[in-house]
Design a protein around this ligand. Structure first.
Ligand code: SF4
Length: 444
């Protein structure tokens, strides 16, 4: 973990974005108490807020990340642990905290088990108010037996999942149970977020909109229930195990076992700002390979690069679309609502490309295969360049087009493309270099 006390970084006195307060929860809801305790724990860590990621699950708890001055991610119901695992795998030095409700805890129980088993270094705080609050107070897998909810009006007939025991038996480094009223709550949260491994705190709290009125529940009832259920409170598991994401890097630096090699910048790009490029073609045109050559060449030229691909599940049929951003500055968002450059190589790519072309302005560049031009004659303000692909083999089209736009749009030097093709494509290097050389055929 990176301390906040590095050059240019002050340890903040609060991690809450106070301009956004008050919290939006119902009066008396326990969520605010837990967020305050999380804030107090974060202040103790003194961690750079830019190195902290709060991942929220769906439900009222999902409103929480926007109140923190950290990074935030809000995704699908029950999947927050999977996002957190991915973030931690990408950068094991980040502090990654998941905020989820008891409903999401049930929906994503499978993910909890496997994150605990692997000992992924994330901290999961379960905002456990015994029902799905946001959707009207339905029973969750953590609802105590006998409780009245909107889906169990005669009382919950089920036995609840013991989430602490579940993760503990599967290898969690830390598991604890407490209530939102516990004065030591922030200490337990602090221990969870500083544990070098998987940590979970099951925090019992009040949903004043549904569970409280349906069950004549109260703070006293909650504290009594915590004592009477027989479920252990406080720290339930503490163990030292190797943290997964770091161990994975140490053990297998790359899937083939070969050490990861940094791409050294050897070329120069004239780009002053980001450029977004979308290649819309067909399976077999090597669209994705061409995009990856462009990205690699960009990194070789001192740029940042991202790539996203879209293709159907079928093989060698249907569309193949790649989105690439190259930029001299770090790229914060990888989506491309309207590209700077759109290249349309085959009819399979036309439906998506036509929608994109409509959103392009006069500064946009639209490179279109000759036979497809009539489909773009209206509805775009972008400047149109015609490409002739008939003198190229299908497998060469994508890379030849990338080489052409790299040259014409001054993205990266052609030499960088050639080296990128040789570097990352064993067995087809010479075919790819020939495709780059054939770029001029596209405009003859
Ligand atoms: S519905 Fe329940 S969980 Fe949601 S904000 Fe209101 S009290 Fe809190």
């Amino acid at each position: 973990m990176k301390p906040a006390s590095g050059p240019g970084v002050e340890a903040p006195g609060t991690y809450i974005d106070e301009r956004r307060l008050p919290y939006p929860f119902c009066p008396g809801c326990g969520h605010g108490r837990i967020l305050d305790a999380l804030n107090a724990a974060l202040v103790r860590t003194r961690r750079d807020p830019r190195r902290v990621v709060i991942v929220t699950d769906i439900g009222c708890v999902g409103l929480s990340d926007q109140y923190f001055l950290t990074n935030g991610l809000h995704g699908l119901h029950g999947r927050s642990v999977t996002y957190a695992t991915g973030i931690k795998l990408a950068d094991p030095d980040l502090t990654v905290i998941v905020l989820m409700g008891d409903g999401g805890c049930g929906i994503g129980a499978n993910h909890l088990v496997h994150a605990a088993r692997r000992n992924v270094g994330i901290a999961v705080l379960v905002f456990n108010n015994f029902n799905f609050g946001m959707t009207g107070g339905q029973q969750s897998p953590l609802t105590p037996p006998g409780s009245v909810t909107s889906s169990t009006p005669a009382g919950n007939p089920e036995f609840p999942m013991d989430v602490c025991a579940t993760v503990a038996v599967n290898g969690a480094a830390f598991a604890a149970r407490t209530s939102a009223f516990d004065p030591a709550l922030s200490d337990l949260i602090y221990e969870a977020i500083t544990t070098d491994g998987f940590a979970l705190v099951d925090i019992w709290e009040l949903c004043t909109a549904y569970f409280v009125p349906n069950n004549r529940f109260s703070r006293q009832a909650l504290e009594q229930a915590l004592k009477q259920t027989g479920l252990p409170a406080g720290a339930v598991a503490r163990r030292t195990r190797t943290e997964y994401t770091r161990a994975l890097r140490d053990q297998a630096p790359s899937p083939g076992g070969a050490p990861i090699r940094a791409i050294e910048p050897r070329y120069k790009s004239a780009l002053a700002g980001p450029r977004s490029i979308i290649l819309a073609g067909a399976a077999g045109q090597k669209v994705r390979s061409a995009a990856s050559v462009l990205g690699r060449a960009a990194v070789m030229s001192g740029l940042y690069a991202t790539q996203r691909d879209d293709y159907p599940v079928t093989v060698m049929t249907g569309h193949s679309i790649s989105e690439v951003i190259v930029s001299p500055q770090p790229i914060g968002y990888t989506g491309i609502p309207a590209p700077d450059v759109l290249v349309v190589l085959a009819r399979e790519g036309v439906p998506r490309a036509r929608r994109l072309a409509c959103g392009m302005g006069p500064e946009g560049r639209l490179y279109v295969e000759r036979s497809l031009v009539p489909q773009f004659s209206a509805g775009t303000k972008a400047r149109v360049h015609v490409l002739s692909t008939e003198r190229l083999g299908k497998r060469s089209t994508g890379l030849a087009a990338v080489a052409l736009i790299a040259e014409q749009e001054r993205l990266v030097p052609v030499e960088a493309l050639e080296e990128a093709a040789r570097d990352g494509h064993r067995g087809v290097e010479e075919e790819m270099v020939r495709a780059i050389a054939a770029r001029k055929l596209l405009v003859q």
